[in-house]
Design a protein around this ligand. Structure first.
Ligand SMILES: [Fe+2]
Length: 509
């Protein structure tokens, strides 16, 4: 039985402002729109449902706003606070949901220096007009959504657990999922606060809503003895609790070794807790599962990051004269890819391909790899084998399989005279054609023991002659279009780009 069924119909309709995810989205949208703290309020019981940008205690008392008509108004903050609040009907959710947006009072010379940071200072008529425009837009959006029919929508409405499962991402920070889960359960149960209390004391307590003056860490003190079992309900029958806590229901994520507990505090309508633990238990398990998976994901990401860094370091160590070449090729390829309109994912792949394109050089004899003079045919064959060796090294890393085309074919020529497969034209994968240009650009821009770096004019001349023969003219053209930036791009440090690219690689199925 779903826990929502335990609410009486009038209470459920009064307290359920719609899916918690919609509230999250609405609050975030308003916060972006106004650049100011935003609170969403159900004015009938006078309850803050969601606060963005400031602690709920920084917003006007919810009871003061209860019963306000659903129209755009401006309310002064407390005297001397230097703040004012734009109140607008947030018709993006059912009922009379109101949004309060905090602004600095325009032209108030008495505004104290330590006044809380709010939105921009804005004259009242402008605030009103701004709020009206946003409220009109929200109403239009809500009307178009409701056009599908309330009853059909209700029939399709997934349960809280279903909605959370759909939004569960192992790549998300656990804090993000915990905030989503506590907020969703709070709205579904109609309680003053829901807290996720992790088993480890080094992790912070996540709270949606609030009870009296309780700080997040105070919720640990409300917890039952962990040995008492994984479910605990207290309706204040013989249990000493802080005065503000009238009722509490707690479910542990795991009966043997709790990863944490989910606690619901004080029903808004005063009903006793009975069956709420069913939803609390389910969501507590979801939160614990996401947290455990997020940790494994983080470990895997660190491991892959370390492997790629180690491989690129090994390539650099193998040939000090070309040290940093892989990293520079990666950056240049990404910039050319941007010029060609590649997507973020495709550019992330290009970055990793650039880092790893010459990984096979690890398997080439030093005497051949570093030989400054002319290579014999046998030595040249050895050098060419770095492509095959690179593919072999990477073929065991399942999460990097999509990089193989770039690594395998970055020495193919457009006219089919390159190696290892003698591919021509568009038979050569686009990433490989881009890497070929980036590779040549960095090689010509760098000094070697046997020659000085070439000037930009000389490089341009080589590319002009080779376009359509060795290199794809479209790619050469793209490199010319951003040539002024390429030298600067070569100088950048290795940083978040690798972490991002590794995260994208792991996110693939
Ligand atoms: Fe190469």
């Amino acid at each position: 039985m779903g826990i929502e069924a335990t609410l009486s119909p009038p209470l459920a309709s009064a307290l359920d402002p719609g899916p918690a995810a919609e509230l999250d989205d609405l609050a975030a949208e308003l916060r972006r729109e106004f650049g100011a703290p935003v609170g969403l309020l159900d004015p009938r019981p006078g309850v803050w449902l969601h606060c963005e940008g400031r602690d709920p205690s920084a917003f006007p008392p919810a009871a003061d706003l209860a019963g306000l008509p659903p129209r755009v108004t401006v309310r002064r903050g407390r005297e001397g606070s230097g703040s004012c609040w734009l109140i607008l009907p947030a018709a993006g959710a059912p009922g009379d949901l109101l949004a309060a947006v905090g602004f600095a009072e325009a032209g108030d010379p008495a505004r104290p220096d330590d006044a809380p940071t709010l939105g921009p200072s804005c004259p009242e008529p402008a605030l009103r007009a701004w709020g009206q425009a946003v409220a009109d837009r929200l109403r239009a959006e809500a009307d178009s959504r409701l056009a599908v029919g309330d009853s059909r929508r209700a029939a399709r409405e997934p349960s809280v657990a279903d909605r959370l499962i759909r939004r569960l991402r192992v790549s998300d920070a656990p804090e993000r999922f915990q905030a989503m889960a506590t907020s969703a359960v709070r709205h579904a149960l109609g309680v003053e606060a829901v807290a996720w209390i992790p088993g480890g004391h080094r992790e912070p307590v996540a709270v949606a809503g609030g009870v009296g003056t309780l700080a997040p860490e105070d919720y640990r003190g409300l917890m039952p003895d962990p040995g008492a079992g994984s479910i605990w309900i207290c309706n204040r029958v013989g249990h000493p609790l802080p005065p503000a806590v009238r009722r509490i229901a707690v479910a542990g994520a795991d009966a043997d070794a709790p990863a944490g507990w989910l606690a619901a505090v004080n029903t808004l309508d005063g009903r006793p807790f009975v069956a709420e633990v069913e939803l609390l238990q389910t969501v507590a398990n979801l939160v614990a599962t996401q947290r455990a998976n997020a940790r494994l994901y983080g470990d895997l990401k660190d491991l892959l990051f370390g492997v790629i860094r180690s491989l690129t370091a090994a390539i650099d160590a193998k040939d000090p004269y070309t040290s940093g070449h892989s990293e520079r090729v990666a950056r240049i390829a990404v910039r050319i890819g941007e010029e060609l309109g590649l997507s973020t994912n495709e550019r992330g792949d290009l970055y990793l391909m650039g880092l790893l394109h010459d990984v096979g050089k690890i398997g080439i004899e030093d005497g051949v790899l570093k030989k400054p003079g002319k290579l014999s045919p046998e030595e040249y064959r050895q050098i060419q084998s770095h492509v095959r060796i690179g593919v072999h090294i990477l073929s065991d890393l399942k999460k990097l399989q999509h990089l193989l085309p770039g690594v395998a074919h970055h020495h193919e020529h457009l006219d089919g005279t390159g190696y290892p497969a003698g591919l021509a034209g568009e038979q050569i994968p686009l990433p490989a054609r881009i890497l070929a240009v980036a590779d040549a650009y960095d090689a010509m821009s760098s000094s070697r023991p046997y020659r000085r770096r070439m000037t930009p004019a000389q490089i341009e001349e080589v590319f002009r002659k080779g376009a359509g023969v060795q290199w794809d003219p479209k790619v050469v053209q793209a490199a010319f279009a951003c040539q002024a930036e390429l030298e600067r791009i070569r100088q950048k440090g290795l940083g978040e780009s690798l972490r991002q690219a590794v995260g994208d690689a792991l996110g693939r199925s």
